[in-house]
Design a protein around this ligand. Structure first.
Ligand code: ADP
Length: 392
């Protein structure tokens, strides 16, 4: 069966069509700059890439274009060949403990949860509405970033804030990138041949988070109420002293929201280096001796190593560290900087293997903790759940 995995943003729709249960990617693509006269539609098929520039008024038009594109490029002969559509939804709150078939009530709940994820859930909901309209008879499934982290216990997910903030306003740690953390930790367990494991997954992309996964269940994660918590990322600061927000709002004569925007969009690699939010630029600048670029990686590596140390204590040991996502999969430099800081735990990389790409073990033979590169596949996780739920 053919399943579509969709990730809708405020001005874009990313999609993949997969043949299931073989988990084979048939095609992928993206509609970008929705709302613009010069929007872009890209579709990759059979090793070829087709790009069109055209006006795309809204998400509905974007979805039409995707489906017409699939037929035009002979990927499918009829839109009814698509037997399920899985949608990435960022915030599922405490309400969603599993992926779910999308009904009117589920869609409304996703919209309501947008209060906690204003940059993501409304856009995800717009994508869902557009696909439901064009494919009304095809099961649509919501797959949440937060679900995998719902197994955390209160000592891990509650903050030291007034308890009523939690009961009345839902203030707690939710965690994000759940489909990736689940995919990678399950794959690590397959590679180790057992589920009785203590694993840390380092998802390091432009957005980045860690998770601690004990015997297949998430027990801790670094992102929190929003994706801003954790360690510095491409443009996010990660955790800081919360009092800085009010202090800097006062100094810069800005609102708390303005400061939060700076912490989300102008911090991390970009803010520290003053150069770029892209890890490749940071690496190139480090090579040339740029101090602040070096600091951008150093601060991030230090904080990641600190989290891993605390997860080691929390889980009572550690069997494997897995690197995934754009930077985790592709930056031997950052991986080395992180693992060097964990020498006290007996973790050691094989320097030659660390230079390679693709799924592999990269720790040395004598390392007490295995280190893996495991390329993530969030679309496969979305397609798996969509297949499971649309056949129940
Ligand atoms: P997101 O999905 O959060 O946007 P990705 O997982 O795609 O992010 O990761 C994007 C990051 O991966 C960018 O900072 C980019 O520089 C980095 N990246 C991609 N390829 C490489 C590479 N070959 N070396 C170092 N970093 C890379």
């Amino acid at each position: 069966m053919k399943i579509m995995a969709v990730n809708a943003g405020s001005s874009s729709i990313k999609f993949q069509l997969l043949e299931m249960p073989a988990e084979k990617q048939i095609t992928s693509g993206i509609v970008e700059r929705i709302g613009s006269e010069e929007a872009l539609f890209t579709i990759k098929y059979n090793g070829e890439k087709f790009v069109e520039t055209l006006p795309i008024k809204d998400h509905g038009v974007g979805v039409q274009l995707i489906l017409e594109g699939l037929i035009k490029h002979n990927v499918i002969s009829n839109i009814n060949d698509i037997e399920g559509v899985g949608h990435r939804v960022v915030q599922g709150g405490e309400f969603f403990k599993d992926s779910t078939i999308i009904t009117d009530e589920v869609l409304q709940k996703i919209i309501d949860l947008g209060e906690m994820a204003p940059l993501h859930n409304p856009a995800n909901a717009t994508g869902i509405k557009a696909f439901r309209q064009v494919l009304p008879h095809v099961p649509q499934v919501a797959v949440f970033d937060t679900v995998f982290h719902q197994t955390m216990t209160k000592d891990a997910y509650l903050y030291g804030t007034p308890y009523e903030w939690y009961t009345q306003y839902g203030i707690r740690k939710y965690g994000f990138h759940g489909t990736s953390h689940q995919y990678v930790s399950e794959r690590a367990n397959q590679l180790m041949g057992t589920t009785q494991t203590k694993v840390v997954v380092c998802h390091i992309g432009n957005g980045a988070s860690l998770s601690a996964v004990k015997n297949g269940h998430c027990v801790e994660t670094s992102m929190g109420f929003t994706p801003l918590e954790g360690f510095p990322m491409g443009t996010r600061s990660g955790s800081i002293d919360p009092a800085i927000t009010a202090y800097m709002a006062n100094k810069l004569n800005k609102s708390a929201q303005d400061i939060t925007d700076i912490l989300n969009k102008k911090s991390g690699y970009l803010g520290i280096s003053g150069l770029s939010n892209d890890a490749r630029d940071i690496e190139a600048a480090i090579e040339k001796g740029n101090e602040r670029a070096r600091l951008a990686f150093d601060i991030q590596a230090k904080q990641i190593a600190d989290y891993i140390g605390s997860y080691y204590v929390y889980m009572g040991g550690l069997d494997a560290i897995c690197f995934t996502a754009g930077i985790g999969e592709n930056s031997p430099v950052l991986r080395q900087m992180i693992i060097d800081r964990l020498a006290v735990l007996g973790v050691e990389l094989n320097k030659d293997l660390n230079k390679l790409r693709g799924e592999r073990l990269i720790s040395s033979e004598s390392s007490k903790v295995k280190v893996f590169i495991i390329p993530t596949d969030e679309e496969v996780m979305i397609a798996r759940d969509t297949m499971r739920l649309s056949h129940e």
